[in-house]
Design a protein around this ligand. Structure first.
Ligand code: DAH
Length: 344
């Protein structure tokens, strides 16, 4: 086969194959097969050395012309394929924007967070400032400055997790009282929401991790009437105007006198039901007049200043508010339960 025939054959073959090609990968392979470094046309150019000097220029021209020609055909098919591929892609990726959406899942706040927010709202509305203290606390603040010295029997009820002899997970938010009293001068009017820890077994009413809200007011002439009035307004704002408070004598080392505060049962409004065990009252918080000994230990002159304090369990408030009877439900993270309790 002479070179003319060879050239014709290459061109014919290319034409035949181009007709069958559907995708750009195969087209590129074909381009290499003919025009690539080892391609059939390139081989032909190389073999021109065999020709005589007279034949060479004409043959060279022919081959170059064929090269341009074939290259143009390949380019044309490439354009066609690209166009087709683009269309296919657009077809595959077509979105029907008129389809109904699958419905975004809307999250909600955890009931404990909601209650902390609600209680904070009520108390800041009454003039309290929100402060925070560390969860890893010194024995000094958690117990000593709260008038609970080492070996005091009330430490039994607040066993906790110790890092060493002096450092522990706080058992209540009361140490924040001491942190504020030792660093600020009266008047003081603060609340402190936060997580607290105790070495308790988990059951329907206990958890080793729970939440409290501490309140503290120190000023001149603060009396038990201020404590009663404050908690009375607090209860009414939180649960409704028909709610009343009842103070029962109690004991806390850091307050003197101390009182346990009951509210009208929020479930039956005082008639007596299962929640209040028929009494019409439910116990919700501890409170009292700040023990002068605590004031003195914290560097506040007890002959000039007095104050009151209170501590409320947030789980208790959440359970009463949402009619939850088992505290564990608050921690299990079951969305079927949590999503029923939206902010009201
Ligand atoms: N710290 C107490 C507890 O965890 C609660 C408490 C009672 C706080 C009386 C107070 C208070 O500030 O005055 O059981």
């Amino acid at each position: 086969m002479n070179m003319h025939e060879q050239l014709q054959q290459i061109q014919q073959e290319l034409q035949d194959q181009l007709r069958q090609i559907q995708d750009s990968g195969a087209l590129e392979a074909l381009r290499l097969k003919v025009l690539g470094k080892k391609g059939s046309l390139t081989q032909m150019l190389r073999s021109m050395g065999q020709l005589s000097a007279e034949e060479r220029p004409a043959m060279g021209q022919l081959i170059n012309k064929a090269r341009e020609d074939m290259s143009a055909r390949l380019d044309e098919v490439a354009r066609r394929i690209q166009e087709a591929e683009k269309e296919a892609r657009l077809r595959d990726e077509a979105l029907d924007v008129t389809l109904p959406s699958s419905g975004a899942h809307q999250g909600c706040m955890h009931p404990i967070s909601m209650v902390i927010d609600q209680v904070t709202d009520v108390l800041t509305g009454m003039g309290f400032e929100v402060v925070e203290g560390p969860e890893i606390e010194l024995d000094h603040y958690n117990f000593e400055l709260m008038n609970i010295p080492k070996n005091h029997p009330s430490r039994d009820a607040q066993d906790t997790f110790y890092f060493d002899e002096n450092m522990l997970l706080r058992t209540h938010t009361s140490p924040v009282q001491a942190r504020i009293m030792t660093t600020r001068k009266p008047p003081i009017r603060i609340i402190c929401p936060g997580r607290v820890y105790r070495a308790d077994e988990v059951d329907a009413t206990h958890s080793p991790v729970f939440h409290q809200m501490e309140g503290l007011v120190i000023d001149e002439d603060v009396t038990m009437a201020d404590l009663k009035g404050t908690l009375d307004v607090f209860a009414k704002r939180l649960y409704g105007e028909d709610i009343r408070t009842r103070f029962r004598p109690s004991f806390f080392p850091f307050t003197e006198p101390s009182a346990e505060v009951d509210l009208t049962c929020v479930a039956c409004h005082g008639k007596g039901c299962r929640v209040c065990k028929g009494t019409g009252w439910i116990e919700v918080l501890g409170s009292g007049m700040v023990n002068p000994k605590v004031l003195e230990m914290c560097g506040i002159d007890s002959s000039r200043y007095s104050g009151f304090a209170f501590g409320v369990g947030m789980e208790r408030i959440a359970m009463l508010r949402y009619g939850i009877t088992d505290m564990r439900m608050l921690y299990e993270g079951d969305l079927r339960f949590l999503s029923q309790l939206r902010a009201d």
